[in-house]
Design a protein around this ligand. Structure first.
Ligand code: NFS
Ligand code: SF4
Length: 658
């Protein structure tokens, strides 16, 4: 009792208006406080981030330490082994990259395994939904497709793509997609990835005590392991998921907590791999389970996604999405969630406690992820429905036994999602001449100033959704076309910017293009692994011509303004290594002014890559990105075109006003 009272005192310390701009989440945080339930928002307020760790100034790579250096005076001390601040920070950075790369590549490998099972005819539960994509991808990496059976091509594709993970020598297959000039830079610094397993292994090895103690040397392996994710693991995950579950095309769908239905059995799938979600779609459409729900007094089964799992199915099938990372605990506070099934990545342990408070059944399904206090129903690739049917059955039981008041925020936002790079191609070019030429032309003539990728997590250390939304608004207002993935896409969807109607918020040039094509100024591409779609789009822009020879020449920039995950660091590093200026918010785990900081924030650019940037305020981030885009426009000699367009635009407005 005493302990509970103490908790309540702590709960008072958050000011809900300061921690989120998501109205549904705010409503649920108020309810949580009334109910005496805590969330990551409350814990963040009560857990001050360690200032030494935040700057990456500590090392625990051996037990002569752990050693802590002084972030305020980083060169005043070294570790017991003599490691300098640059060594310590770069090794920590490398370990983050290794972890993030491992996450995406493990996910990609699972997709490839399923694909193999399907191709060998050993899986009846999945099938090839996009044979055209299968052929296209095969052709692109040099597999003969002419006159061959799909199965033969598919077998070759499996074998070839497996090299992405396992090969010990030579370049990964998707290196073939990289523009030659970008590849040259990678080759110069020995950064073209071999198999991801090889690269991650080497990176973990090199970041151990007594290993690579030169941050300039180590950054090459950081880049190589990161590229093994972006152009490897993540790209395979995306391409194989498209082949198995369908390539996204624009689909209207609803997001936010109002997607829950009080009179139905609500089931949430949260995590990352599309196979679990795909199987549960089958379960909720099973007539016998629908009948069971009706027998329990429900008006049906309501399946809703969250985080990246949710994005996989929002973009492919228009399945409603209830919210991003910082809303996963909050949604349980509705009391309306009968079951939540999770697989891998970004699953807060705190969910178990909140679920317990509201009688929601929390199920882990993946052998890699068990949570104390959650029930585990293992998802087996050979019998996926056993797991997902069981989740549905359990949800029905919970629905029948609901015994507490339910409060569902009455907020839903509609938008259009599912812009694969193939669709962007088609959308802009039309059926007969599908290509990136119109995009490049519009960039060259200045209607579109450049392209920005705004991606990544939400983080309780900054106001949820606020930074994403403000940043994107400012970018489109300045004629920058925005592409999105991950939790950021949901932030913007909730803010109503993923609709063609949002074009009125865009600058005159971008607005004109959006209206002509009927597209939103903010294009949602999918989950975090689908950042690979952005890489492919960048490569296509280079190949189409007129915007330079390498990705580093393009007037593009990226941002993860509310990041929290190691995976985001890896994504940032593969974008930077690919040639993109990438700005992070919240905090950056490297001390400003150190040699390693200078390397990341400038040196890499001098070597022909992109570079990192950091700012907390969304308007600062936007200005940095726009300045970079303008710098690239100038280098390409297309800055004048834009000035002309702007004159044209204001002239036109003057004319209209007259
Ligand atoms: Ni990306 Fe997806 Fe969200 Fe961040 Fe987590 S769900 S892989 S890591 S929090 S965007
Ligand atoms: Fe300290 Fe060096 Fe050991 Fe790190 S590796 S804990 S800096 S002695």
């Amino acid at each position: 009792m005493e302990e509970k009272e103490k908790k309540k005192v702590e709960l008072k310390t958050i000011n809900i208006k300061d921690v989120t701009t998501c109205d549904a989440t705010a409503q649920m945080l108020r309810k949580a406080e009334r109910d005496g339930v805590e969330t990551a928002f409350h814990r963040a307020a009560n857990m001050k981030a360690c200032p030494i760790g935040a700057d990456s100034a500590c090392c625990k790579h051996c037990f002569m330490g752990p050693c802590r250096l002084n972030p305020k005076d980083p060169y005043s001390k070294v570790g017991v082994c003599g490691a300098t601040i640059d060594t310590i920070m770069s090794r920590n950075f490398g370990r983050m990259v290794a972890a993030g790369s491992a996450a995406h590549t493990d996910h990609g490998m699972v997709m490839l395994e399923i694909f193999k099972e399907v191709v060998h005819g050993r899986s009846k539960d999945y099938s090839i939904k996009d044979p055209q994509k299968l052929e296209d991808v095969a052709k692109e990496i040099g597999i003969e497709t002419e006159g061959r059976e799909l199965k033969e091509i598919a077998l070759d594709l499996c074998e070839e793509l497996e090299r992405t993970y396992t090969q010990v020598e030579g370049e990964i297959p998707f290196a073939k997609r990289v523009p030659e000039k970008t590849l040259e830079v990678w080759r110069k610094y020995n950064m073209v990835p071999r198999g991801a397993m090889r690269e991650i292994m080497e990176l973990v090895h090199r970041t151990a005590m007594g290993m690579d103690q030169d941050h300039e040397n180590l950054i090459h392996q950081c880049s190589r392991a990161a590229l093994a994710d972006g152009w490897g693991g993540s790209m395979v995950a995306t391409e194989i998921s498209d082949i198995l579950f369908g390539t996204p095309t624009p689909v209207r769908a609803e997001v936010n907590m109002g997607c829950l239905k009080e009179d139905q059995v609500n089931i949430i799938i949260h995590g990352h791999e599309p196979n679990l979600f795909d199987s549960i779609i089958g379960s909720v459409n099973d007539p016998s389970l629908i009948q069971a729900a009706k027998d329990a007094g429900a008006n049906g089964l309501n399946l809703v996604g969250m985080c990246c799992s949710g994005l996989e199915m929002l973009c492919r099938h228009g399945i409603p999405h209830a919210g991003n990372f910082m809303s996963t605990e909050a949604i349980l506070v509705t009391g309306a969630v009968d079951a939540m099934g999770v697989d891998v990545q970004c699953i807060k342990q705190g969910l178990a406690e909140v679920a317990k408070c509201y009688g929601t059944k929390l199920f882990t399904t993946n052998p890699r992820v068990h949570i104390e206090g959650a029930e585990h129903i293992e998802f087996e690739e050979h019998n996926p429905r056993a797991c997902t049917d069981s989740i549905v059955e359990n949800a029905i039981v919970r629905f029948k036994n609901r015994n507490m008041p339910i409060e569902i925020p009455n907020i839903k936002n509609e938008g259009v999602h599912g812009f694969s790079h193939e669709y962007i191609n088609y959308m802009l070019g039309g059926t007969f001449r599908s290509s990136y030429t119109p995009l490049n032309d519009n960039i060259i003539n200045g209607r579109i100033r450049g392209v920005a990728g705004v991606v990544g997590c939400t983080n309780p250390r900054v106001k949820q959704d606020y930074v994403h939304v403000e940043l994107v608004k400012e970018l489109i207002r300045n004629d920058v076309l925005v592409v999105q993935t991950g939790c950021s896409q949901i932030s913007l969807a909730k803010a109503g910017l993923c609709t063609p109607e949002a074009a009125h918020l865009a600058g005159p040039g971008l607005k004109e293009v959006c209206e002509a094509v009927g597209m939103p100024p903010v294009l949602g591409l999918g989950a975090c692994v689908d950042n690979s779609r952005i890489l492919i789009a960048c490569a296509e822009m280079v190949r189409t011509g007129g915007l330079g020879d390498s990705i580093a020449d393009l007037p593009v920039a990226g941002a993860a303004p509310e990041f929290m995950s190691e995976k985001a660091i890896t994504i940032g590093q593969y974008f930077v290594a690919s040639g993109v200026f990438t700005v992070f918010g919240v905090t950056f785990p490297i001390i400003e002014g150190t040699k390693f900081h200078k390397l990341l924030f400038g040196g890499l650019e001098e070597m022909g890559m992109g570079k990192w940037g950091f700012a907390i305020d969304p308007h600062d981030i936007a200005q940095m990105m726009i300045a970079h885009i303008d710098k690239k426009r100038k280098a390409l000699g297309i800055d004048k075109a834009r000035e002309r367009v702007l004159v044209d635009m204001s002239d036109r407005r003057d004319l209209e006003a007259a």
